[in-house]
Design a protein around this ligand. Structure first.
Ligand code: DQA
Length: 144
């Protein structure tokens, strides 16, 4: 049976392509979904890609990933990365492995981005490689 990988995106990532392209690149979230779907097909995986500006949606979707037996969650929590104990707890509350993804490298940016509540609970982190980071995370998910 083909396993599903949830790809969850947090606040402001709906604006990718327009939003600070010098930091986040010019590809849209739909472009990234297309790249992931192509690679997922080769890996015999399915992608369930979502975006929300609301913290609780991300929590609910992580619970759902576990309930539906997903292979893994790729999570770019946007700024909630640096603030959300609820997301930290949700990652710890589920057995489904969660891989933290960032387009930029938060450690090379402002000090307030250096702390990641997501990274403290995640299986691993891929950051700083732009849209390619999502593909690298999918490769990691396929090998779990
Ligand atoms: C981000 C990094 C976060 O610090 C920022 O708040 C984002 C995007 C990234 O993908 O590089 O919204 O998660």
């Amino acid at each position: 049976m083909t396993q599903t990988v949830y790809v969850l995106n947090g606040p402001n990532l709906n604006l990718l392509g327009l939003r600070e392209p010098e930091i986040y690149g010019t590809q849209t979230l739909d472009d990234i979904a297309g790249l992931l779907e192509d690679r997922a097909r080769e890996l015999d995986l399915e992608i369930d890609m979502r975006q929300s500006n609301h913290e609780g949606h991300l929590v609910d979707w992580m619970h759902e990933a576990q309930a539906t037996g997903a292979q893994a969650v790729l999570l770019n929590a946007g700024a909630y990365t640096h603030t959300s104990i609820a997301l930290h707890d949700a990652i710890k509350a589920i057995r489904t492995p969660v891989i933290e993804v960032h387009l930029s490298n938060p450690h090379a940016r402002e000090g307030f981005r250096h702390k990641s509540y997501v990274g403290m609970a995640a299986k691993g982190t891929i950051a700083g490689f732009g849209a390619t980071g999502y593909l690298l995370a999918l490769e990691a998910a396929a090998r779990l």
